[in-house]
Design a protein around this ligand. Structure first.
Ligand code: COA
Length: 380
């Protein structure tokens, strides 16, 4: 055992064999089922990419229609228990914790029908799509309860992204807002083996049900070193008075050895994240329609200073934060939206894990003592 090289954080260690996605650093591409994620984001809708993730092929029109219909069916059947649960949680919990609670509660319906066995029949796909459909609804429902506002019920006349934005803000989005939000959902939909995907697969590998696996994933994704960064970026941008103050603020924080949220990445670290490059362009589109040039300028100063000072590039969370802000979304919903988008990728990973399972059970490099015996004097 002791000869196996130890890599803290399993840095660079392959965790699974997968056909879903791969960060191809050599070609600077995020490969999704063989396609370049950025090309997918430019050309397809989020639901098309979700279908591709889950089933491995791009959908034919009838397949896409069927998926849309299934999602609408699930969104129209919000379990009645959820409203009272969110009302009881009130303002106490962060929306990510409320989502974690909601996903767990969602299992109740299927538990009643004995349907939580992930390997039983063809129920798995429907469960995964149900989760994918209801995560956005739960985020919006919990937010409405927390802010004491009426819940904008899902609208069957709007496409997935426009409906999601509607539920979050209570305002029907413009075509550009819908397109920008849809593209960001795609950019967040899948990213190989981040901490939360690993967590979900580890849980699923014990043949625990998908509700449990996603509950674990949402807990993992909340952390500020992972999905929580987009919320933290917005808090930073709001703490700085404008583009002129941004450089001094960052130099000060770096001097204090602080970690600047929205920069760096375990895999890219000193290379540009292609998703951040595209999101920066989406921000420019949005600013040209809605204003917000000071926010954009602030981000650009931040990007320059971090490259000059640390050789670090922005990750997706950095430019996603101002985009969500300009879309009128509350800051504490940024990380839940990341999770909602990622539910498509997680569904694909769970399907793959259950389909070819081996229990995760690694070993350790033991650094503690051996051979101790309990003697009378050892106990207080
Ligand atoms: C994502 C992240 C956790 C990856 O970190 P990691 O692979 O574990 O790398 P380390 O934490 O060991 O960092 C390596 C070096 O880069 C520095 N660094 C990395 N990200 C940094 C950041 N955002 N701000 C300042 N310094 C940073 C570290 O201080 C460290 O410097 P040192 O060697 O002088 O101590 C890290 O970049 C980070 O904390 N980023 C901010 C949070 C964030 O945006 N997360 C979203 C990721 S998509």
């Amino acid at each position: 055992m002791d000869e196996i090289e130890y890599r803290p954080g399993l840095d660079g260690v392959p965790a699974v064999q997968t056909r879903i996605s791969f960060l191809d650093l050599e070609h600077e591409q995020i490969i999704i089922r063989g396609y370049d994620l950025i090309e997918l984001a430019k050309q397809l809708s989020y639901l098309e990419v979700g279908y591709l993730l889950l089933y491995g092929d791009l959908p034919q029109p009838d397949q896409l229609n069927a998926l849309e219909a299934t999602i609408r069916r699930h969104q129209a059947a919000i379990p009645p228990d959820l409203g009272p649960i969110y009302a009881a949680l009130g303002e106490r919990l962060h929306p990510m914790d409320a989502l974690r609670t909601g996903i767990s509660a969602l299992a109740a319906d299927q538990a009643d029908q004995g349907g939580l066995d992930p390997l039983r029949g063809d129920g798995l796909e429907d469960t995964l799509i149900r989760l994918w459909a209801l995560v956005p609804v739960m985020i919006a429902q919990a937010h409405s309860a927390r802010t004491h506002k009426p819940f904008p019920e899902p609208r069957a006349d709007l496409p997935f992204a426009a409906n999601f934005l509607w539920m979050l803000t209570g305002v029907k989005p413009s075509p550009l807002e819908t397109q920008v939000f849809d593209r960001l959902l795609i950019l967040y939909s899948e990213h190989e083996m981040p901490n939360s995907t690993f967590a979900a697969r580890v849980i699923a590998s014990s043949l625990a049900d998908p509700y449990g696996a996603l509950t674990g994933a949402v807990a993992a994704l909340k952390g500020p070193l992972h999905g929580g960064a987009n919320e933290a970026v917005m808090q930073m941008l709001q703490a700085v008075s404008g583009p002129e103050a941004m450089e001094a603020y960052l130099l000060d924080r770096l001097q204090a050895k602080a970690r600047i949220m929205g920069f760096g990445h375990r895999v890219y670290m000193h290379r540009p994240d292609p998703r951040a490059v595209m999101t920066k362009a989406l921000l420019a589109d949005l600013v040209s329609e809605k204003g917000g040039s000071a926010l954009k300028a602030m981000c650009e100063v931040g990007e320059r200073v971090m490259r000059e000072q640390k050789g670090l590039y922005p990750n997706l969370d950095y430019y996603a934060a101002p985009v969500y802000h300009l879309l009128g979304i509350a800051t504490e919903l940024f990380t839940p939206i990341f999770f909602a988008a990622r539910t498509a990728g997680l569904a694909a990973h769970l399907r793959e894990q259950y389909g070819n399972n081996r229990l995760f059970r690694p070993r350790v490099i033991y650094l503690g003592p051996r051979g101790l015996t309990v003697k009378d004097g050892d106990r207080g």
